[in-house]
Design a protein around this ligand. Structure first.
Ligand SMILES: Nc1ncnc2c1ncn2[C@@H]1O[C@H](COP(=O)(O)OP(=O)(O)OP(=O)(O)O)[C@@H](O)[C@H]1O
Ligand SMILES: Nc1nc2c(ncn2[C@@H]2O[C@H](COP(=O)(O)O)[C@@H](O)[C@H]2O)c(=O)[nH]1
Length: 205
């Protein structure tokens, strides 16, 4: 009997503006990793500099709706007026190829994945304070005040769900947060490998 070592699914989430994207980019710049980023689909308009197929697949609502009807998403959610979803096929393919797949998604979607998937690690990125979160959202300069306030109000509810995650990492400093996440990924990987090796050994006895 051959046991394939499937890759690990890593779900990084947390409130808007906490620095998920910034920390994820720092993570991917590290050496010797086996990570693949899952590009989401969204109905949001691209921000200046965002590239279709790299940052998101930018689609209209009708296309997104068709993807829902065709069961194309691992999870999806509405977030402050737009839809966001994780295309299922690409994630499955990468996991089957032994890759460690990173989803960077909001809390409602993360909890949908939690319901569906056994072998995944859930990391909640938290800000050092609520004040810092508001400042980061404002300083990014990608939303007007009304939208910043909506995202911040949503964050208040998301904090209440942080206990459902396996780990909470405070993004005080980007490289520190990325280091902590890499340590979690390596530890989880080693744990999974041990479990499979123990099982193989048991089969041989
Ligand atoms: N540790 C940090 N200290 C100070 N500023 C930070 C830190 N991490 C990220 N930032 C800044 O905070 C802003 C928000 O970061 P980023 O866009 O990565 O957040 P996000 O969680 O991905 O947001 P969203 O969920 O809305 O996409 C950016 O301007 C970024 O440069
Ligand atoms: N449930 C999902 N949430 C997603 C996905 N891709 C991104 N996101 C999250 O949405 C908010 C807003 O994103 P922004 O780019 O408009 O700032 C943020 O928390 C993202 O992490 C997804 O596929 N599913």
């Amino acid at each position: 009997m051959k046991l394939n070592q499937r890759g690990l699914l890593i779900v990084i989430s947390g409130p808007s503006g906490v620095g998920k994207g910034t920390v994820r980019r720092a993570l991917f710049e590290m050496k010797n990793h086996n990570l693949v980023y899952s590009v989401s689909m969204t109905t949001r308009q691209p921000r200046p500099g965002e590239v279709d197929g790299k940052d998101y697949y930018f689609v209209d609502r009708e296309t997104f709706q068709k993807n829902i009807e065709n069961d194309q998403f691992l999870e999806y959610a509405e977030f402050v007026g737009n839809y966001y979803g994780t295309p299922k096929d690409k994630v499955e393919e990468a996991l089957d190829n032994g890759k460690e797949v990173v989803l960077e998604i909001e809390v409602e979607g993360a909890l949908q994945v939690r319901e569906k998937t056994k072998d995944a690690v859930f990391i909640f990125i938290a800000p050092p304070s609520k004040k810092a979160l508001y400042e980061r959202l404002s300083k990014r300069g990608t939303e007007d005040k009304a939208l910043i306030d909506k995202r911040f109000a949503k964050a208040e509810k998301e904090f209440d769900l942080a206990y459902k995650y396996d780990y909470i990492v405070v993004n005080d400093e980007v490289n520190n947060a990325a280091d902590r996440i890499m340590a979690i990924i390596r530890a989880e990987h080693a744990r999974t490998e041990r479990t499979i090796n123990n099982y193989k050994k048991m089969l041989e006895e």
